[in-house]
Design a binder for this molecule. Structure first.
Ligand code: 9UX
Length: 97
């Protein structure tokens, strides 16, 4: 007889969505001119593995992203670049408007 218990796979994605230990950063985004651009950038960011939430503001040209701190932010930039826009990475330690 076998004593194996059925193994349930943990859902890493839903865990990340509720993880309180997320990085929360704002990035300048260049190249957006309309609401559809905003959607494209949000989808690009939201599709990156490790991103829990991304919201983009057209007026301020900024993206606010909640993500796993283990995620390399250059991955975010690459995803936005593929969508046709530019995510500007903040300089470390600098927090000026
Ligand atoms: Mo509408 Mo935004 O064509 O580039 S998506 S201006």
């Amino acid at each position: 007889m076998t004593a194996e218990a059925p193994s349930s796979s943990p859902s890493a994605a839903s865990e990340a969505a509720t993880n309180p230990n997320l990085a929360h950063l704002r990035f300048d985004v260049r190249g957006m001119t309309c609401a559809s651009c905003v959607r494209r950038v949000e989808r690009a960011l939201g599709g990156v593995d490790g991103v829990a939430h991304a919201s983009v503001n057209l007026a301020t040209e900024q993206a606010t992203v909640d993500f796993d701190p283990a995620l390399d932010v250059t991955t975010l930039r690459a995803a936005v670049d593929r969508a046709g826009y530019e995510l500007r990475l903040p300089d470390a330690g600098v927090d000026e408007a």
